[in-house]
Write a protein that binds this ligand. Structure first.
Ligand code: NDP
Length: 314
């Protein structure tokens, strides 16, 4: 086991890095575990237009690189491993990484965020990665001149649909209701795009394709209209999920109180969890706002809460 750390931050999105900036600047020995997706979800988005301070917008990966640089400037250290087990039964807390290493810390900030939700319809297992994706910015490039479908009615679905028009010959949004959850501005932008069309009141029933040993290719999907029960089949080269997220809390549930959807419960307006000395910030504890800006704000709160708590422990 390595030397005991003062503060370990798990997760490297806007929440984790902001916590690291504040903790580092408060002279707390801080280590940030960057995890499976260094930089978090923003590294898979396109342009961020609503983070204050960037009137011309900024690319997600570029912004996260700036966050990292700022955290390192104040002394935070990055470790590019994933924490896959914790033991919060006693302080110092124990953390175990995917590199088979054990770490310990006096205080922990959980900023593990959330992961794109998937739709496990019939055929999913056969065509995941061969026509089914949950990340337009990662995989869109492979769908040049393709017939693409995006599932969901929120901002993610609209953003993915618009982005995918750079590649596909057509993009169809499938939504299970007749009203969008997405913001008006995003819906308007999607509606104005001549490549985008919509199937409302529709759910995906099945993925269909060709399988020949390891070679697989999605060729069609079956949709059901939830109002008429009519089933229709459509030629499809690609299907992208834009149906929300699930919090990354599985490894903490044994020790930390979570709600019925798995989000970490924090006390009042603070970032204190049910375990004193363990704090949570960002999407892992916020199912309401889920914005880079709010995540960064709660990362700041977590660092201040952790600093005060460490101070109280002497
Ligand atoms: P949301 O939870 O807002 O939307 C999820 C969508 O997926 C909803 O329309 C929902 O339908 C649908 N859905 C959920 N589960 C299923 C299912 N099993 N089958 C079919 N459809 C399903 O998630 P988003 O990821 O879109 O957005 C999350 C947050 O991030 C929001 O606050 C959003 O504003 C923000 N965001 C902002 C962006 C920007 O400003 N550029 C870009 C992307 C996200 P229903 O409506 O019926 O519940």
């Amino acid at each position: 086991m390595g030397k005991n750390q003062k503060l370990i931050i798990i997760g490297s999105g806007p929440a984790g890095f902001t916590a690291a900036i504040y903790a580092g600047r408060a002279n707390i020995d801080t280590t940030i575990f960057e995890g499976m997706q260094p930089g978090g979800q923003l590294t898979t988005t396109t342009e961020i237009e609503n983070f204050p301070g960037f009137p011309d917008g900024i690319q997600g990966p570029e912004m996260m690189e700036m966050f990292r640089k700022q955290a390192h400037k104040f002394g935070a250290k990055s470790i590019f491993e994933s924490i896959n087990k914790v033991d919060f039964s006693n302080c110092p807390f124990k953390l175990f990484s995917d590199a088979n290493k054990e770490y310990s810390a006096d205080a922990v900030i959980i900023a593990t965020g959330a992961t794109a939700r998937k739709l496990y319809a019939k055929g999913y297992e056969d065509f995941w990665g061969f026509g089914i994706s949950a990340c337009a910015t990662c995989d869109g490039f492979f769908y040049k001149d393709a017939k693409i479908f995006v599932i969901g009615g929120g901002d993610t679905a609209m953003e993915e649909a618009i982005y995918l028009t750079h590649f596909g010959k057509s993009v169809t949004v499938i939504h299970r209701r007749d009203e969008f959850r997405a913001s008006k501005i995003m819906v308007e932008r999607a509606k104005k795009n001549p490549k985008i069309s919509f199937f409302m009141d529709s759910v995906l029933e099945e993925f269909i394709g060709e399988k020949s040993g390891p070679i697989r290719k999605l060729t069609a999907i079956k949709l059901k209209n939830v109002k008429t029960d009519e089933i229709t089949e459509h030629q499809a080269d690609g299907v992208f999920f834009g149906i929300g997220h699930v919090p990354n809390t599985e490894i903490f549930k044994e020790f930390i109180e979570t709600d019925e959807n798995g989000y970490i419960i924090t006390k009042g307006k603070s970032t204190h969890t049910s375990v004193p000395g363990v704090f949570a910030c960002g999407d892992v504890q916020d199912f309401t706002y889920r914005q880079a800006t709010t995540a960064a704000g709660s990362g700041c709160s977590a660092a201040i809460d952790a600093e005060r708590w460490l101070g109280e422990q002497g």
